[in-house]
Structure formats: C-alpha cells, structure tokens
Design a binder for this molecule. Structure first.
Ligand code: SF4
Length: 105
C-alpha cells in the first residue's frame, strides 16, 4: 500500500530515513565534511554527484524529499537536491498552489 509521505510526522520520517535510507551507511557522502574542514570545490561537486546517484535508487526517496521540504536544510544532499534546489521546489509548489488573481477590468 503506498504511503502518503505528508501523513507522517517528522519523527516518523526521521525513523524511516535512519533505518531505510541508502545514505545511512555513509552520511558524510551526503553531508560533507564538518564546518571546520575545507572541501575543495571540485571534490565537493564530485561528492554531491555521487550522493545524488545514491539518492536515485533509495527506497525512501519520496519520504526524504517530504522531510527535506519540511525542515529546510542549509547543507547536504537530500533526496538528490541541494538546499537551494529544495527552496526552488518550494517556491514552484507555492506558485502552483496560489489562487489565480483576476485582473480588474
Ligand atoms: S533519498 Fe538520499 S538523502 Fe534521502 S534517505 Fe535516501 S539516500 Fe539518504
């Protein structure tokens, strides 16, 4: 039976990602080094590409996307998206769901 991701609490989503997410064995791949460690641009881009590939086959991808859209992360790769890409998705979703305003004649 399909699961409606939005029906899950943040706690339930965290539990699902933590136990079934493909990134759980190597979180550094998706999160990168800590804030005190330099990561050259070329290495960061390559790491993010690999992380995106992992996300493509992840069994909890939809749950992860729902979680990321809700928590608004500031770093890392979530469901294959960077934080700025997630922000763009949120803006697009808002624009699509906004009621149309009729122009006054
Ligand atoms: S979609 Fe990517 S970031 Fe999300 S749980 Fe799966 S592997 Fe991790």
């Amino acid at each position: 039976m399909p699961v409606n991701p939005s029906a899950l609490s943040l706690g339930d989503l965290v539990a699902e990602l933590g136990t079934r997410g493909d990134c759980r064995h190597d979180p550094d791949l998706h999160m990168g080094p800590d804030a005190f460690e330099d990561e050259p641009l070329a290495e960061r881009l390559a790491r993010q590409d690999v992380a995106r590939e992992v996300c493509e086959g992840c069994p909890v991808w939809a749950l992860c996307l729902d979680y990321a859209l809700r928590i608004r992360p500031t770093f890392g790769v979530w469901a294959g998206y960077l934080p700025r890409e997630l922000a763009a998705l949120r803006r697009e979703a808002r624009a699509l769901s906004a009621p149309e305003v009729e122009e006054a004649a």
